[in-house]
Ligand binder design. Sequence first.
Ligand code: DGT
Ligand code: CA
Ligand code: CA
Length: 573
Amino acid sequence: MPVSNSDIAALFNRLAELLEIEGANPFRVRAYRNAARVIDELPQSAASFLAEGKDLAELPGIGGDLAAKIEEIVRTGRLKALEAVEREVPEGLVELSDVPGLGPKRVKALYERLKIRSRRDLAKAVAAGKLHGLKGFGPKLEERIGRELGRATAPSKRTLLSVAEDVGEPLLEYLKATRGVRAAAIAGSYRRRKDTVGDLDILVACDDSAEVMGRFLAYDGVRDVLARGATRSAVVLRSGLQVDLRAVPEESFGAALHYFTGSKAHNIAVRALAVKRGWKLNEYGLFKGEKRLAGQTESEVYERMGLRYIEPELREDQGEIDASRGGTLPALIELADLKGDLHVHTDASDGRSTLSEMAAAAKAKGYAYLGISDHSRRVTIAHGLDTRRLGRQIDAIDRLNGRLRGIEILKSVEVDVLDDGSLDLPDSILKELDYVVCAVHSKFSLPLRAQTERIIRAMDNRYVTIFAHPTGRLLNERPPYDVDMERIIDAARQRGCALELNAQPERLDLMDIHCRMAKEAGVKIALSSDAHSAAGLDLMRFGIGQARRGWLEAGDVLNTRPWKEVRALLRRG
Ligand code: DGT
Ligand code: CA
Ligand code: CA
């Protein structure tokens, strides 16, 4: 993987932060911060910039010294200057500057005046009242720091659902193959198809729990055993993911599955309904006094409670219980509803499969159409298409369609939204396409209003029909850019644009809550794999999970329809 611009920016920002803690010359600190911003906003990757023989020193704010450092990072992935400073600054200080309310300047003051060099030192000093009267630390700030320190330390990373699936499904199969196991399932956030999971909660119904527990602890992928018991054990797998296993009798499996699927908020709300009737609901069953009313299956539990079955993806206490009682639950979209995919790449840009390989794979999945949306020219790292190359692709698709039976290949592009909201390709070529996907790949740090208006301006183009991965987030890597989704949804509605739900496991963008907002506004969703290879078409299942969490039904999603109907919906006035 080439070093990305955001990697380079992160190294410079960290260097600036450490230098500031060290009390370095403020101009130097600012120069590195500036460089980070310039690189971050560069419309092209620094790596390709260099590969084209261009001189980085010509960029604003980048002198010869910075240019050499950028080149070092691109070549080696490292920055020696940063490593040198990292050796000088006590480790705890860096961690301290992550405490909300404490920037590098305050960390430096704490270190110099009170010899505070870790979160622990700081917690002690706060408790002892040593921050009183320290210049720059008023009572409000002191209170805030105390509060922040009381919280758990830096949030640990959650595991992507796709990674949890890779690790969890083989383990589940292994447990299912144990003698005496009647049923087994992964519950928790995994079953609710959340984009990330904190840990896996596996449930088994079995005759002999000791046998299952023994086999679980002996699993090849186990790194540490955290707890072992007759009906409950917990381990950490080599991937770092924690797994809790619970064994229950078969007659309680449904109640336990309901309990451990959660969410906690959903459980509490359902249990309150039981209590209202004078019943008791827990992981063993639904009881009236000593009498078991239900428990073997989840459906039975819901039914006995007077509720229609609630799909796991909806169980967040976001109105699903009232909808269940009132008979207004959505009929959630399923994978089999999809008739095509509207956003995939080929090896013309950064995909790894050819046009005809992608077409064959889509046909094998039973799709009636496949939309090719390769990158446009400005995304140089992805070898984006200019007008001439896109024109050639259009001809190639026409020829391919002449040969293919049973599937139609659609002509599209993932056109880059430029800094001012104009598009990276002229209308003269966009109008030759079946539809146009647009997306943001740069200037992630624009303020809320400017970013929102930039995107709305892109949607103003009459050929744009789908706005892809609308918030730009990359799970565990990059937060969403600042954008007013309410305004974006409203603008999409006015212009007859659709919003994409990108099924890539690290994107899942739109997020669930925004899917629901879009649905309520009557804005259609394009559920797209954004596949970069033939195998990538299968990532669609993660998008389906997110769509279901967003209460989407087949009718809310464009590509559950035949292409003719999609085309009619996308046609702009
Ligand atoms: P995660 O692991 O952070 O992604 O989220 P979950 O939802 O998997 O949560 P987890 O692993 O802590 O617990 C699994 C399920 O167990 C949770 O969804 C609901 C249930 N549960 C856990 N603690 C409680 C509780 O205190 N009360 C109730 N009613 N249910 C609980
Ligand atoms: Ca969990
Ligand atoms: Ca758990």
